[in-house]
Design a protein around this ligand. Structure first.
Ligand SMILES: *Cc1c(COP(=O)(O)O)cnc(C)c1O
Length: 396
């Protein structure tokens, strides 16, 4: 096709040109004597993205799922009790991973469209007076349903009942896109991946561990080898890796971190909120609902849009792709066929996002949904026009 395809799945996200160029370099020696001049500042700057001074950053050649496995196997023992909630496909897959790794996981089932049930967790933790629960798992942004959870509130609740469990946060589709404060929120293991807010191809698990997590890793007895923190800690200290690192992705990550720190984290978070709000206005103008069951759950990185009874969301996605070269995110598992998703994270601005809103609107009309032509587009246009973020352009 002429022109470009439009990628609006919530990961992989668009890779900006400067990052693409940073990746397109000749292969280099990963044991070169001057490599630490590159890697050590990269580790230091990544800590700024996680907002941790006391934690340690890890980069594994893997996707986000590998980061989960690293977080769990480095810090827990077989049969340990952990607490998690299921409210979407990613929180579900994390639970599945824990079960398959042999943990005793207590699952709180929640409505898809809600998020981490802080008060339910607080009651469970308060009742656990013997502190059998070793870990609390929280998916900050449930990408399947477009639900954002309140990690600060979870930390407050854990502190209020004085429970010492480690706090694990899946921030794969949130870290670097929406507010995340590892130290302030007392997060012990934070997991992200390269292909979402970091605007890179998939292939890097980007994570951070607190000092408490590192302490736990010294005695944790789950099997691990490739993902062992110990080998990483020993080699990273001098700026190297225990095995061949994906140097091209690391060069890309350098460009990505420069971009993020250049824009400023607060500006990035404000931009994501602004872009997301335009999408929500469009959905309201279409007369449709979003999967998130209330504003407290709204995600600023992805919106899941519920199609009316009798229509197939996958057919809308098919039309969008075949008729307009637009990739929308599919509904997963419980919400398959019921929702389609617009990813709005990473390297995006309002006019780029308008193409997804327009394309989704056209595809829904092609499928016979009764959405008025131009209604969502107009609502988003007016929101973006009347609430312009002058600083966004001026800053570039
Ligand atoms: C994408 C995603 C994952 C899985 O990451 P992979 O990189 O596909 O392994 C996990 N959790 C959340 C919240 C995600 O959005």
């Amino acid at each position: 096709m002429a022109g470009t395809k439009s990628l609006f799945v919530p990961g992989p996200t668009n890779v900006p040109d400067d990052i693409r160029r940073a990746i397109d370099v000749p292969m280099e020696d990963h044991r070169a004597p001057d490599l630490p001049r590159f890697t050590l500042p990269l580790f230091a700057d990544l800590k700024k993205i996680f907002k941790t001074e006391t934690g340690q950053v890890f980069l594994f050649p893997a996707s986000g799922t590998g980061g989960w496995e690293a977080a769990i196997t480095n810090t827990l023992n077989p049969g340990d009790k952990v607490l998690a909630a299921r409210f979407g496909q990613f929180s579900h897959l994390w639970i599945d991973l824990c079960q398959r790794l042999g943990l005793d996981i207590q699952v709180v089932e929640c409505d898809w469209g809600t998020g981490v049930p802080v008060s339910v967790f607080a009651n469970i933790l308060a009742a656990d007076t013997q502190h059998k629960i070793k870990a609390v798992l929280a998916t900050q942004n449930e990408t399947a349903t477009g639900v954002q959870s309140d990690i600060a509130a979870l930390r407050t609740a854990m502190d209020a009942v004085g429970h010492p469990a480690l706090l694990y946060v899946d921030g794969v589709s949130s870290i670097g896109s929406v507010d995340f404060r590892m130290d302030e929120w007392g997060v012990d293991l934070a997991v992200s991946g390269s292909q979402k807010g970091f605007m890179l191809p998939a292939g890097l698990a980007i994570m951070a561990a607190s000092q408490r997590a590192l302490e736990a890793s010294k005695t944790a007895s789950m099997h691990r080898c490739y993902f062992d923190f110990k080998d990483m800690i020993a080699t990273n200290a001098t700026g190297y890796f225990p095995y061949t690192p994906p140097m091209t992705l690391l060069r890309g990550l350098r460009a990505s971190v420069d971009r993020m720190l250049g824009e400023g984290l607060d500006n990035i978070f404000a931009r994501h909120n602004f872009l997301a709000e335009g999408v929500r206005r469009a959905v309201a103008a279409w007369g449709l609902e979003i999967c998130a069951k209330g504003p407290e759950w709204y995600s600023d990185t992805v919106t899941a849009i519920v199609v009316p009874e009798g229509f197939d969301a996958n057919a809308v996605i098919g039309r969008a792709y075949h008729n307009y070269g637009l990739s929308l995110g599919a509904g997963l598992s419980v919400v398959a066929g019921k929702v389609f998703r617009i990813g709005h994270l990473g390297d995006l601005n309002e006019l780029m996002l308008m193409s997804a809103i327009a394309g989704a609107e056209m595809a829904m009309r092609d499928e016979g949904l009764s959405v008025e032509a131009g209604s969502g587009v107009a609502a988003a246009q007016e929101f973006y026009r009347l609430n312009q973020r002058v600083s966004a352009i001026a800053a570039q």
